[in-house]
Design a protein. Structure first.
Length: 203
């Protein structure tokens, strides 16, 4: 096949310009970490949730010098400062925290001083307070939670009182209650859960 070099050569300057443009985009720049403010309480096994306001809510966790934590903190990216907010009603670690469409945060399950937890509670960033809501049917820790497209929350897997927990439940924010949603088909150990574009939550 004969190549028309006259039609190819003019592309060279364009390709060079494109390569230069790509090399100077933010994605091509080396990522850099910078330190920010420290939390008021060191912790592990906690959750971090981005709120609608752009602030970050950190809840619960464990501190070897304190025990299981009920404390919560808010990070303000504009100032790089953490400040305490109202404490959870139940100290816990290895729980989940899910941002709801109404801006509230649903905290579910985990492990605390009383063992495995089924308790759930809601954080209202407007008032900075917590309120209890319906408890899980099956207590669990290290589970997964996903916000469904209809505003409900699916919780699945984790560890229960006697080992791996295969059951799943759905939380209805309007009713404040949980309903069973079947069972996982395989072991939930170290699993992940993602919402697909066309999810069809059980009715």
């Amino acid at each position: 096949m004969k190549i028309n070099h006259r039609s190819i050569l003019p592309l060279a300057p364009r390709l060079a310009a494109l390569a230069h443009s790509l090399s100077t985009t933010p994605l091509a720049q080396a990522a850099v970490w910078v330190s920010s403010g420290s939390m008021t309480t060191a912790r592990e096994g906690h959750t971090a949730t981005l709120l609608s306001s752009g602030k970050v809510l950190v809840t619960g966790g464990y501190n070897a010098g304190i025990d299981y934590l009920s404390s919560a903190e808010l990070y303000d990216p504009a100032t790089g400062v953490w400040r305490p907010t109202a404490a959870l009603t139940v100290a816990r670690e290895l729980h989940t925290a899910t941002l709801l469409p109404n801006g509230k945060v649903l905290v579910v399950g985990g492990w605390g001083n009383g063992g495995m937890l089924g308790a759930a509670e809601l954080y209202d960033p407007v008032t900075g307070t917590w309120a209890t809501t319906g408890a899980l049917n099956a207590s669990r820790q290290e589970h997964r939670a996903a916000l469904l497209s209809d505003g409900r929350v699916l919780v699945a897997g984790g560890y229960g009182e006697w080992g791996p927990e295969f059951s799943a439940e759905i939380y209805d924010p309007a009713a404040g209650t949980w309903t069973a949603a079947g069972y996982l088909l395989s072991s939930p150990d170290d699993s992940t859960m993602s919402l697909l574009p066309h999810d069809e939550p059980p009715s």
